[in-house]
Design a protein around this ligand. Structure first.
Ligand SMILES: Cc1ncc(COP(=O)(O)O)c(C=O)c1O
Length: 515
């Protein structure tokens, strides 16, 4: 995020514009706005401002930006530390988190993310790096690639990209050119901004048309897709969204893609963990040419991106976009944490994914029984770990999510198909993901009680703070992250060096004979 300073002798007027007051600024031409540069020695510490942000954001910056502006350097550092502790005590210690795009990492993955590898550059392929001093990092990278390939039954895995968004951009850069036509799900069907005009696809110059979607089935409209694909002859068809209740008919979509000479990309950002656990569709086996993902949602790893494919030419192009294209160096601590998370899913993924789906089914039923309008009731609510609830009659998703947050229940507003006809920005729904509470160890037996908490806050208007105390008490009964390895320390091993090692450079050969 770009945060502009309102300099010592400037201030925001009623419309949120910078107003020059007195001396101090030099101005020069820019992209159309008036750039103001502080003069040498000028105090720029008065207050931050984002003049183009929403009124709500501007009000926050007025309220919080004022006291923090000008803090002593040591006070900034101390305040950040306190905020991290408070965040952890609240969100990780007291809340039930159903926000779909998040998870908690295992203790071993967290330790790897905090390791010193993160600031060590290692450019190039393992075994042939530009820098010296990276032989241990090369083996970590090799282990991560191998674990991800095994997890998703893929020949090639790209692990260096820093986010799911950049994973998507890498596919666009590798497989399309500016001006190409692509098909992607519309926002009201859960389509992600990276597939659309305002995100990576648009920034890369692609021309986007909607994948037709049937709201009654919460599913791709195959006939409509065939028609539009024949009409526009897309280069790429993207299947994937931020709300996915049912598996997509990938085999049929692949047949359409082949008919018009398009490639098929599956964005499984939200689904990777349940795909890895074998409880959701297997995108590459069912026809996707390329499969992208985030690594911190159901996958339970650090924030990052992943691209998987079985096609050597696609893999070669993605590799070249990743380096030297979009990254110089990458965060090897993140890749180490990803390797641990992937290894944990290789071991515990089937049970974790099964429990995520069972919990989603149990909570959807319980919410419906408590009087909520759960989306896709006629189709069994969901076959993934996601649930959608229509709260348009209860004030909309934003209002309801805020009330629940006050009761220590974290989830998000979400756009539903009905919002396609409403004002821009309207979100009638709530989206819930069951991955984090499942990893915390809550099971189907706890779901009716959670639905009752939500009924009391949302449908009965009970004081959120009172319900929140009960939520905290429930949450605190589940302190340990499940479906993961114990750290060597917790398991009683003396030092990390006790772990059996492979000789450096032999990892792939030994772990994957014949591949
Ligand atoms: C479908 C989909 N694709 C891509 C992304 C982007 O992932 P990231 O947050 O890792 O950039 C998201 C993020 O939530 C998503 O929902």
């Amino acid at each position: 995020m770009v945060i502009a300073a309102v300099f010592a002798n400037g201030c925001a007027n009623g419309e949120g514009q910078l107003v020059r007051r007195g001396r101090g600024f030099e101005s020069c031409g820019g992209l159309g706005g008036e750039e103001r540069r502080p003069r040498k020695g000028e105090d720029v510490s008065e207050q931050i401002s984002i003049p183009w942000a929403s009124a709500t954001a501007q009000a926050y910056l007025q309220r919080v930006g004022m006291p923090v502006a000008g803090l002593e350097p040591r006070a900034i550092a101390d305040r950040v530390r306190v905020l991290a502790e408070e965040h952890e005590a609240w969100v990780d210690g007291s809340c039930l988190t159903f926000y779909a795009g998040t998870n908690t990492m295992s203790p071993m993955a967290r330790a790897m993310l905090a390791s010193s590898m993160g600031t060590r550059p290692s450019m190039g392929h393992p075994g042939d790096k530009y820098q010296p001093g990276v032989r241990f990092l090369e083996e970590v990278e090799t282990l991560a690639i191998d674990a991800c390939r095994r997890l998703f039954r893929a020949r090639f895995a790209e692990v260096r990209l820093p986010s799911g968004s950049s994973a998507n951009l890498s596919v666009f850069m590798a497989l399309t050119r500016a001006g190409d036509r692509i098909l992607a799900l519309p926002e009201w069907a859960g389509g992600h901004p990276t597939h659309r005009e305002e995100g990576m696809a648009g920034l890369h110059g692609l021309v986007i048309r909607d994948v037709p979607f049937d709201p009654a089935q919460m599913q791709i409209d195959l006939e409509g897709l065939r028609r539009v694909a024949r009409e526009i002859q897309p280069r790429l068809i993207i299947v994937g969204a931020s709300l996915v209740l049912f598996p997509y008919p990938l085999g049929d979509v692949r047949a359409i893609a082949e008919e018009v000479g398009a490639l098929l990309m599956y964005d499984g950002a939200h689904l990777a963990g349940i795909i890895a656990g074998g409880q959701f569709q297997d995108p590459l086996a069912e026809g996707a040419h390329v499969f992208t993902s985030s690594t911190y949602k159901t996958l339970g790893g650090p924030p990052g991106g992943l691209v998987l494919t079985n096609d050597p030419e696609i893999a070669r192009r993605i590799d070249a976009v990743a380096y030297p294209g979009m990254t110089a160096n990458f965060d090897c601590a993140r890749v180490a944490a990803l390797a641990v998370a992937a290894a944990e899913l290789l071991e515990f993924g089937p049970a974790y994914a099964r429990d995520c789906l069972a919990n989603a089914q149990a909570l959807a039923r319980a919410l419906a029984a408590e009087g909520f309008e759960v989306v896709a009731a006629a189709h069994g609510f969901t076959r993934s770990h996601h649930i959608a609830v229509d709260v348009h009659g209860l004030g909309g998703g934003a209002l309801v999510a805020r009330r629940l947050e006050a009761a220590n229940i974290i989830l998000s507003k979400f756009i539903l198909p009905r919002d396609a006809r409403g004002p821009a920005g309207q979100m009638s729904g709530l989206r819930l993901g069951l991955q984090e509470v499942t990893r915390r160890g809550l099971g189907v037996a706890e779901m009716p009680g959670i639905a009752r908490f939500m009924r009391r806050v949302v449908l009965e208007g009970e004081d959120p703070a009172a319900v929140g105390a009960e939520v905290r008490a429930l949450r605190q009964r589940y302190a340990r992250v499940q479906y993961c390895f114990e750290t060597p320390e917790a398991a009683g091993a003396a030092v990390l060096h006790d772990i059996p090692r492979l000789a450096v450079g032999e990892a792939v050969v030994q772990l994957r004979p014949g591949t």
